[in-house]
Every structure is written in structure tokens, then in C-alpha cells.
Write a protein that binds this ligand. Structure first.
Ligand code: SUG
Length: 440
């Protein structure tokens, strides 16, 4: 039996709107707006508390250090800290924004994960994402590899690889472009990798640079020793990328034997899923419950605005105290309540006895959403064995102690509002650079 744990990235004190997300419409739309780091971090904490309350083992990664001023030095901003920051502010504000980026909060992009029962050496495998499509995120690979090494240090049978080489041909955005489907025990798993490059019969190429390459997906599947007969590669539809689907988790998601995706998510036609259904039934001994949402029911535009597919789907754990626990719960962005097509779809899914979703929670993540990050973006899910779960350090486990400690730190140290010009404030930058030891 495998248990799915969540690791959420705590929002950092430099959360701001840099307009840096490639093909990410929300990030572009909010470029240079005033952000609210304190509210953003507290919103993330409330989501983590909800998941913890549902009995999902919830872990937290603390924010890595920002700014990363060596990024500025690498592109010719020399001198002392203040002159570097001032010169970048006046001549290349997007580079200053990258050096202060808080994008590590979207933990779904930190790594691709393969469950131990899917790999031929029986190890739980991680490949940190190289995130080379955006400069502000490419620094995360090394940081998150370190975080994975700390969190899984005492766990048996874990392989934490290096990120793929930093080449355009191997660009990789992690679990946001990977889905796993399995039986209820989690043992019989299939891995679905989603990439954006490559030829397609679509009339128009995508308007934005596709962030995940097929070569990267194939390299990860090889490294993780996945069985070819249980590995599927799907190409993102160029029309979806053009509509703002910069990661697959904006247009499709899965949990156990439930898979839900938009009609225009992939280039492949339904035949590939018919084949998957048959193989899944044979291996897992239960049907794959597959929902294809039509354009008529949820237009692409509404899928991106509502972030419906970026909901988390979870099975409440044994510590969930309800007398009749729901089979699966949808944790949706609050925006879904305001967009009629999305709300109707949710109501239909919950009412339909043929699918396992039977409860919904709406979460307010206004600040993360304004940068293109919904509930599922904020977490990395990892299927672990009981033995591995028992070896994870308690100090990173979300519970009342960590919640109170982090809430106090956020309320004391995080600014209420932030914009790029605030990075010119030396005292603020000094405090940030000293923060990792003092604030958490
Ligand atoms: O990579 N936004 C992130 C959002 C990532 C969402 N994650 C998933 N879909 N899993 C991105 O585009 C915006 C930063 C800024 O504009 O300041 C940003 O990086």
C-alpha cells in the first residue's frame, strides 16, 4: 500500500508580480501589480491546514534564500550589493525581479517523482526539474535537490538524481507535466508524461514556447527505470498552450484510478486512451475512471481562468474524523465558484454516482493564482511506502506546532505589500539575506 504525501512550498517574503511566467497569462496580466506576501503565505498555510485536516500527510519546505545576487553578477551587474540592485532596477528590472523571485513556492515544478513500485530497482526516484525555460526558475533545481536530500535522508530505497542537463532540448518542468494513475492501493501504476514540443497536425504552432520537451520526458522515464508498457507520452495540444496552458496541470489531472482532462488537452486522439483503459484494467484489476471534459461544457478559456484542473484530488486519510468519509475530495480554487461553466461542471461531477468525487472544498489562493499557481501547483505529491513515511522528519510535518511557528514568523516578518522598488531598500535586503536563520 502506498500513501500519497504532499510537500508544499511555503510562500517566501519576496513574493511579487514580475510578469516573468512564459506563456502564463495570469503572471503577464499582473506584471508590476502590488503583491501581498503576508496574505500569500497565510493563504498557502490555510490550504496546507485543510489538507492536513483531511488526513493527508502534509509536509512543508521552507523558502530558500532570496535574493540570488549572483544571478545579477553573472549578467554583468558588478560592484557592491546596492549598486548591483540599483543598476538592475534602472536598466533591467525583469532581471532584478528574477533575482528576488519567489517562484519556488510552486512545488509541483520541483521534481518528477516515480513510485517505488513502478521502477525496476524498487526505488522511489526523483529528478529535480531544470526549469530552464525561465531564468528566474532555473536556480530552483539545485535548491530543491538539496531539500529532497534532507527530507528523504533517512528513507530506504530513494534515488535523487541531478536535474537533466541545462539544454533547451531537455527542458523540464517536473511533476506539473506528469500524471500517475493506479489502483486504490497505489501499487499498479501507469506513468503519463506530457510534453509540448514536436510536430503536430494542428494548423497553428503554439503562441508560446512549450516548456517541456519530449526528450526530457523520455530521459526521466529511462533514469527512473519505468516499464515501457506502463509509460505513456502525450503531446500538449498547441491550441491549449496558446490559450495559456503552460503546464499540463492547468488542463488535466489524476488521482489513483481517476483521470480527468480537457478535450483539447492533447494532440493524440481517444484511441490512445482506449488502449490505456485496456492495459490498466488488465494490470490493476479495476477500470480506469476517465472523464473527458468537452469544450462545450468548459471552454478552454474558462478552464484557464478558473484553474479547475489545478484542483487537488485526494482520498481522505484514516485520521479524517468524519463518520462517512467521502471517497475522493476535490480541493478547488475559489475562482471556480465565480465561473459558471466551472461551477456547473463541479456540481455535475459531485452529483454523478459513477465517479468517485463526492465532496468539494474551495480554497482562496488569490495571490498565488494571480501569478498562475493554483492549489495543485503549490504541492509536490510523493507516493511513499509505510516504511518511507515513518522515516520522514517530523520537523517538516505540518501540524499545530509548525503551523503556529510559521504563522507567527509570517505575521512578524513578511511585508503586507511589496513591489519592485521595495528591493532598493537596503535594510529590507539585509534582513532577507539574514532571514533563513532568524525567521524560521
Ligand atoms: O512557472 N509563475 C509560475 C507558476 C507555476 C505554476 N505551477 C504549475 N502549474 N504547476 C510559472 O509560470 C510567475 C512569476 C512572476 O511573474 O513573478 C511564475 O513564475
Amino acid at each position: 500500500m502506498l500513501t500519497e504525501i504532499n510537500i508544499d512550498g511555503l510562500v517566501g517574503p519576496t513574493h511579487h508580480f514580475g510578469g516573468l511566467g512564459v506563456g502564463n497569462l495570469a503572471s503577464q496580466e499582473h506584471a508590476n501589480c502590488v503583491s501581498r506576501p503576508r496574505a500569500a503565505a497565510l493563504e498557502g498555510m490555510r490550504k496546507a491546514a485543510l489538507l492536513d485536516g483531511l488526513g493527508i500527510p502534509q509536509f512543508i519546505w521552507l523558502p530558500p534564500m532570496r535574493p540570488r545576487l549572483e544571478l545579477l553578477r553573472a549578467v554583468g551587474f558588478e560592484g557592491d550589493r546596492q549598486s548591483q540592485i540599483e543598476a538592475a532596477f534602472h536598466t533591467a528590472p525583469h532581471l532584478l525581479s528574477a533575482a528576488f523571485s519567489g517562484a519556488f513556492m510552486w512545488a509541483a515544478n520541483s521534481a518528477t517523482v516515480s513510485a517505488s513500485c513502478d521502477t525496476s530497482d524498487g526505488h522511489l526516484h526523483f529528478t529535480p526539474a531544470n526549469l530552464i525555460s525561465s531564468w528566474h526558475r532555473s536556480v530552483e533545481a539545485g535548491e530543491r535537490r538539496g531539500d529532497l536530500q534532507v527530507l528523504f535522508a533517512n528513507c530506504p530505497k530513494v534515488s535523487i538524481h541531478h536535474a537533466l542537463p541545462a539544454l533547451v532540448a531537455l527542458r523540464d518542468e517536473g511533476a506539473a507535466n506528469h500524471m500517475r494513475v493506479s489502483d486504490a492501493t497505489g501499487r499498479y501504476g501507469f506513468d503519463l508524461f506530457v510534453y509540448g514540443d514536436g510536430p503536430s497536425s494542428a494548423a497553428r504552432p503554439p503562441d508560446f514556447f512549450p516548456r517541456q520537451s519530449r526528450a526530457a520526458c523520455e530521459a526521466i522515464a529511462r533514469r527512473h527505470q519505468l516499464a515501457p508498457e506502463r509509460t505513456v507520452f502525450l503531446q500538449q495540444h498547441p491550441a491549449a498552450i496558446s490559450a495559456g496552458v503552460f503546464h499540463n496541470d492547468v488542463i488535466a489531472t489524476s488521482h489513483r484510478n481517476f483521470l480527468i482532462y480537457h478535450q483539447h488537452a492533447f494532440v493524440e486522439d481517444e484511441a490512445i486512451f482506449d488502449l490505456l483503459d485496456a492495459r490498466f484494467q488488465q494490470a490493476a484489476g479495476c477500470p480506469l475512471l476517465r472523464v473527458r471534459v468537452t469544450q462545450q461544457e468548459l471552454p478552454l478559456h474558462d478552464a484557464v481562468r478558473s484553474y479547475f484542473f489545478n484542483s487537488q484530488i485526494v482520498t481522505p486519510g484514516s485520521s479524517y474524523r468524519d463518520r462517512s468519509p467521502p471517497r475522493m475530495v476535490l480541493v478547488c480554487p475559489a475562482q471556480c465558484q465565480e465561473i459558471e461553466s466551472a461551477l456547473r461542471l463541479i456540481q455535475r461531477l459531485i452529483a454523478d454516482p459513477d465517479n468517485p468525487l463526492d465532496a468539494v472544498h474551495f480554497v482562496g489562493l488569490e495571490q498565488s493564482m494571480a501569478n498562475g499557481g493554483g492549489p495543485a501547483c503549490l504541492r509536490l505529491r510523493v507516493p511513499v511506502t509505510d516504511e518511507q513515511l515513518a522515516c520522514l522528519p517530523e520537523r517538516f510535518r505540518f501540524g499545530s506546532r509548525l503551523r503556529d511557528q510559521l504563522t507567527l514568523s509570517i505575521e512578524t516578518n513578511y511585508r503586507e505589500t511589496l513591489e519592485l522598488k521595495d528591493f532598493l531598500d537596503c535594510e529590507f535586503v539585509d534582513a532577507l539575506l539574514a532571514s533563513s536563520s532568524r525567521w524560521f
